[in-house]
Design a protein around this ligand. Structure first.
Ligand SMILES: O=C(O)CCC(=O)C(=O)O
Ligand SMILES: [Fe+2]
Length: 219
């Protein structure tokens, strides 16, 4: 009995393989409250997820995005103009399963190394039609502090150009000064940031802009 316990403890430690990409995310978030990861998803994965998004959009399953939480939502087009579809992990298609495999692996890593206590997650597809935007906001709602980390992954075409607009602007605090940081929605790129701290906006888009947005939550 004693042996088994020791053995399982050893295996638990052997099991842990340091992941340089995840380590960078953690160090970035600790030092600057956000992280940008290039090629978090491969070209093939982005392609499959984009196809999945477009198919579901064709089927008319997207809804106008609201502000407020899922129980208490209002649609205000002067604040945000995207359309969204929540992704159900229990009904995930092949592309979405690959997506969740990566997310779950990141979450397990964060929970093992950072004691963040991420217990829940929620993700939706988002499509910003030409001319739409999402005004400056914080991803946490009144009386709801469960969202810890915001996660955005871009599913645009390979030939996405900065002229297409739609950059994500993070409003960072550097020694009491506000510093805007623009991040273009290049395919495969992932942005992770502290939901309760970083205000941000999506600038108006000139061409359709595709993404998956989600939150890692404590409860
Ligand atoms: O798509 C983005 O870059 C950010 C979206 C966003 O801020 C949100 O959905 O809350
Ligand atoms: Fe947001």
């Amino acid at each position: 009995m004693k042996d088994t316990l020791v053995e399982s403890q050893i295996f638990e430690n052997i099991d842990f393989v340091e992941n340089p990409q995840y380590e960078k995310v953690i160090n970035d978030i600790i030092s600057q409250q956000y992280s940008v990861v290039e090629d978090f998803f491969s070209k093939e994965e982005v392609h499959a997820l984009r196809q999945s998004l477009l198919e579901k959009h064709e089927e008319d399953r997207f809804k106008k995005a609201a502000i407020g939480n899922r129980v208490n939502e209002v649609i205000v087009k002067s604040i945000r103009g995207d359309v969204i579809l929540w992704i159900d992990e229990t009904k995930a298609n092949a592309a979405e399963q690959l997506f969740f495999n990566k997310i779950n692996s990141l979450v397990n890593y964060l929970n093992k190394t950072c004691f963040l206590g991420i217990l829940h997650k929620e993700f939706h597809y988002a499509l910003y039609p030409k001319g739409t935007f999402y005004k400056r906001h914080l991803d946490t709602f009144q009386n709801d502090d469960r969202r810890k980390l915001s996660f955005v992954c871009y599913l645009n075409d390979e030939d996405w150009q900065p002229e297409n607009g739609g950059e994500l602007v993070l409003y960072l605090d550097e020694n009491g000064n506000e510093v805007p940081k623009s991040i273009y929605p290049f395919p495969g790129r992932v942005v992770i940031f502290e939901s309760q701290i970083i205000e941000h906006e999506v600038k108006p888009v000139e061409t359709e802009r595709l993404s998956i947005t989600g939150w890692l939550k404590t409860r």
